[in-house]
Design a protein around this ligand. Structure first.
Ligand code: NAD
Ligand code: MG
Length: 362
C-alpha cells in the first residue's frame, strides 16, 4: 500500500511517499514534481547500498534522466569535511547546475551529507531524501542537514528542506538487527512524546523486533513521521517545541560520547536515556509510571535497560552540561508528564548528580 503524507514547514510543503516498489515509481514521481526529462541527477549513496540496490534505482531513472552516482564509505566517518568536499567536486565535475537534482539514497549519514551538499552547492539546489534505514524516518524529516567537525557532531550544517521524501519500506529488509533496533528507539520516542494511541498500538502489536516488518513496519514509520512532522511544522528552526524531540537524548549523547561513538548505537543510548528521563520525571512530578512496565517493555525489544556501570555519573553530568541544548550550564531535560505529553525542565547540578547516582545503582 502506498501512502502519502504532506510535510508542512514554515517555509515549504512537500510530499512524503511511503510504500513498496518505490524505485520503479520514482521517475514518474520526479516528473510530477516538475523535473523535466534530461535533468541532471547526482545520486549520493554509500558502499553498502551500492552493492544492494543502486542498480535498481539507477536503471529506471536513466531511461529519462541524466544520472550520475557518487558513492561514499558506509558509516558515520563519511559525514566529514573531506567527503563533503569530494561530493562538491563530483557535482562540479558532472556539470550539475541550479536545475539539477541530488538524491540522497541511504541512511541518516547519506541524508545529512548529501542534504548539506545540496544546501550549499551553488547556494542551494533541489534534493530528495530516499531513506533506507528505520532511523532515517527521523533524519529525513525536518530539514536538518549537517556534517561533523572533529570538535563536535553535526556542528556544520543548515536547515534545508527537500523537494520530497521517498521511502521504500522493502529496502529495510536487509537492515542488520542492530540498525533496526537503533531506529526503533526513535519510533518509541515519537510515540511517547506525541501519540498515546500509537503507544498503545505498539504495546499491542510489537512484542519483539521480529514484529517490526511488513505492514507493521510501515505503520511504525508513518506514525513516527507524523509526530516528528507535526513538531517540526510548529517549530522549523528549533526555538521551542522542537526541543521535545530531545526526549532521552540528554543522557544518550553523554553515553555515546563517554563510551566512544559507535560502541553503543544511538538508539540503544536513546532507549536508556528515555528510561532515565522517565525516572527523573517520576521524581520531579511525584508520579509513577510503574503500570507501564517500561524497563520490561524495552527489554523485550533488546534495548539495554541497565546503565553501563563502568561509566562515572560525575563525568556524564559534565557531558550533559556541555550539551548543545543546555542553557548557561544548567541541564535541560525533556520529561514525561503523561504518555504523549512532555515538558522541558531545568535540573540543577546537585539534583542531577544524585538522580544519576541513584539510577546507576538501580
Ligand atoms: P547510517 O546512514 O550510517 O546507516 C547505518 C548503517 O546501515 C550503515 O552502515 C549503512 O550502510 C547501512 N544501511 C543503510 N541502509 C541499509 C539497508 N537498507 N540495508 C542494509 N544496510 C543498510 O546511519 P543511520 O542510523 O541511518 O543514521 C544516523 C545518522 O543520522 C547520524 O549521523 C545522525 O547524526 C543522523 N541523524 C540526523 C538527524 C537529522 O535530523 N538530520 C536526525 C537523527 C539522526
Ligand atoms: Mg536521535
Amino acid at each position: 500500500m502506498m501512502e502519502q503524507i504532506a510535510i508542512q514547514t514554515a517555509t515549504k510543503q512537500y510530499p512524503l511517499c511511503l510504500g513498496e516498489g518505490m524505485l520503479e515509481l520514482l521517475p514518474q514521481w520526479l516528473e510530477e514534481l516538475g523535473f523535466p526529462h534530461g535533468t541532471k541527477i547526482m545520486v549520493v549513496t554509500d558502499e553498502t547500498l551500492k552493492a544492494l540496490y543502486l542498480s535498481q534505482l539507477v536503471e529506471p531513472l536513466s531511461r529519462r534522466y541524466d544520472v550520475y552516482t557518487h558513492v561514499i564509505p558506509s558509516g558515520e566517518a563519511a559525514k566529514s569535511f573531506e567527503h563533503y568536499y569530494a561530493c562538491q567536486t563530483a557535482a562540479l565535475t558532472y556539470g550539475l547546475d541550479r536545475h539539477s537534482l541530488i538524491i540522497a539514497f541511504g541512511g541518516g549519514v547519506v541524508g545529512d551529507l548529501a542534504g548539506f551538499v545540496a544546501a550549499t552547492f551553488m547556494r542551494g539546489i533541489p534534493y530528495i531524501q530516499m531513506p533506507t534505514t528505520l532511523l532515517a524516518h527521523d533524519s529525513a524529516v525536518g530539514g536538518k542537514v549537517a556534517i561533523n567537525h572533529p570538535l563536535g557532531k553535526n556542528m556544520i550544517g543548515a536547515f534545508y528542506q527537500p523537494e520530497a521524501v521517498v521511502y521504500d519500506v522493502q529496502l529495510l529488509q536487509s537492515l542488520p538487527e542492530r540498525e533496526l533496533r537503533s531506529g526503533f528507539a526513535e519510533v518509541v520516542k515519537h510515540a511517547l512524546i506525541g501519540d498515546p494511541g500509537f503507544y498503545n498500538w505498539l504495546k499491542m502489536n510489537i512484542h519483539s523486533l521480529a514484529d517490526v516488518k511488513g505492514e507493521k513496519l510501515q505503520h511504525c514509520i508513518r506514525k513516527g513521521i507524523e509526530v516528528k512532522a507535526r513538531i517540526v511544522s510548529e517549530d522549523e528552526r528549533e526555538t521551542g517545541v522542537r526541543a521535545h524531540l530531545n526526549f532521552g537524548h540528554t543522557l544518550a549523547h553523554a553515553l555515546e560520547s563517554e563510551l566512544g561513538y559507535g560502541v553503543m548505537t544511538h538508539g540503544d543510548a536513546v532507549a536508556l536515556g528515555m528510561l532515565f528521563a522517565i525516572f527523573v520525571s517520576e521524581r520531579t512530578y511525584r508520579l509513577s509510571f510503574a503500570d507501564h512496565h517500561f524497563a520490561k517493555w524495552f527489554e523485550s525489544y533488546g534495548f539495554p535497560v541497565v546503565p553501563p556501570k563502568q561509566l562515572d555519573p560525575e563525568r556524564l553530568l559534565q557531558k550533559m552540561k556541555g550539551d548543545k541544548k543546555a542553557k548557561s550550564g544548567k541541564i535541560r531535560m525533556v520529561l514525561l508528564r503523561e504518555i504523549g505529553h512532555v515538558c522541558v525542565e531545568e535540573i540543577d547540578d546537585k539534583q542531577a548528580l544524585s538522580l544519576l547516582n541513584e539510577f546507576w545503582q538501580s
